[in-house]
Design a protein around this ligand. Structure first.
Ligand code: ZN
Ligand code: ZN
Ligand code: ZN
Length: 393
């Protein structure tokens, strides 16, 4: 394991600011309150990484009145320990096993909004709130229209502050080192699954607390974008898609690099067709990244990559969006996809990952995590994007 650089921690006051921004945005959107269940939204607003349970844990943020973190009594100790609670930005309300937690939510809302439960109108619920809780809310507050808090919270979360960007940078650097180690190690004769296991071990050794995915797609499997590592044995003379990532300090890594293994046989290098495909992909990835700047529409980044791939006749072979936001979740706002006219803003972090897939034969994808800086792209991954031609023995 390499030297571990100092990891930033999000200062407690930041959670207070986030809650206030979320409250204001919910108010502007015409909601009476935000109801945030266990998951990344709760973590973003309070720093509380709670266990998802059938017992309700919920942050209730009325547009008027204090924010309250509701938790079962047996979870009160960790709830009280979260930065937002320690900083005094949320009140705590525990409930007993025999209490009706949803009734508690309704009472709390009525009190904060100074209205009867029957006149509660629009509520924004977090996307990860379990259906069992949502359904009970609908029963308990029939006057309310429940809508997704996704647009409100997704927008807030999409703009990263300096500490979040630093965590993303550390996660990217760790993933870069893992790619370098895997590409320089033995690959030929091993199964994809065995290589994937090594990827996960190395991500953890490099400081990730979670090694969430490890796509190792060799030969024809490289043509399947979300191929899971299989029992296939890697052969000389074929490409491998390495798409790996997890989370470090809560923030995601996600990198894709292309390796070609020769087995030490100079005759088993990449063929002309693959080199052409890879060259087109490399250009598309670079141009799409270079197009990143504040104000440009998300869909324009996708169109930049797609037009280059289209012009070379591979348009049909690039069947996924160009990128996704990354932060507390591996896939979050903003999505770089046709139809998304939202402008990029400084601090947004996302992948730029075009791919070209010739089914049954082979495929390729290249992926970096990029932050929209004030004047252009800030690329967090430093690993070279070139095709990594290795012996693999
Ligand atoms: Zn993906
Ligand atoms: Zn990826
Ligand atoms: Zn990705």
């Amino acid at each position: 394991m390499s030297e571990a650089p100092e990891r930033p921690t999000i200062p407690p006051a930041r959670f207070g600011e986030r809650i206030e921004r979320a409250r204001a945005a919910a108010g502007r959107a015409g909601f009476d309150a935000l109801l945030v269940g266990v998951g990344p939204d709760l973590e973003y607003l309070t720093g509380y990484r709670a266990m998802p349970l059938e017992r309700l844990t919920m942050l209730v943020v009325p547009t008027a009145g204090p924010a309250t973190l509701i938790a079962p009594r047996l979870e009160l100790t960790p709830a009280r320990g979260c930065p937002a609670a320690r900083g005094g930005f949320v009140e705590l309300a525990g409930w007993e096993e025999t209490d009706d937690a949803i009734a508690l939510v309704a009472e709390l809302l009525a009190r904060a909004l100074d209205r009867s439960v029957g006149s509660i109108d629009r509520l924004a619920v977090s996307d990860r709130l379990w259906a069992m809780h949502v359904l009970r809310l609908i029963d308990r507050i029939p006057s309310a229209r429940l809508e997704s808090a996704g647009p409100v919270l997704g927008r807030l979360r999409s703009i990263k502050d300096a500490d979040e960007i630093e965590l993303l940078r550390l996660a990217a650097a760790a993933a870069d080192r893992v790619v370098a180690r895997i590409a320089s190690g033995r690959l030929v004769g091993r199964t994809e699954a065995d290589v994937a296991r090594e990827v996960r071990e190395r991500l953890l050794a490099e400081g990730h607390e979670l090694a969430e995915f490890s796509i190792v797609g060799s030969g024809p499997n490289s043509a399947s974008p979300h191929h899971e590592a299989s029992g296939r044995v890697i052969q000389p003379g074929e490409p491998i898609v390495l798409d790996i990532g997890g989370s470090l300090g809560g923030y995601g890594s996600d990198i894709t690099r292309m390796v070609w293994v020769t087995g030490g046989d100079p005759a088993k290098g990449p063929d002309e067709a693959f080199l052409h495909l890879f060259g087109v992909l490399r250009t598309a990835q670079a141009r799409a990244t270079a197009a990143v700047r504040p104000g440009i529409a998300c869909e324009a980044i996708d169109a930049t990559a797609r037009s280059i791939i289209d012009a070379e006749g591979y348009g049909e072979r690039f069947m996924h969006r160009t990128g996704h936001g990354i932060g507390l979740e591996g896939h979050e706002d903003p999505y770089l996809v046709a139809g998304n006219r939202d402008p990029l803003q400084p601090g947004m972090a996302f992948s730029v990952e075009p791919g070209i897939y010739l089914e049954g034969r082979y495929g390729a994808r290249l992926e970096d995590i990029v932050v929209c800086g004030p004047d252009g792209p800030i690329v967090l991954n430093r690993a070279p994007l070139d095709l990594l031609i290795v012996d693999g023995v």
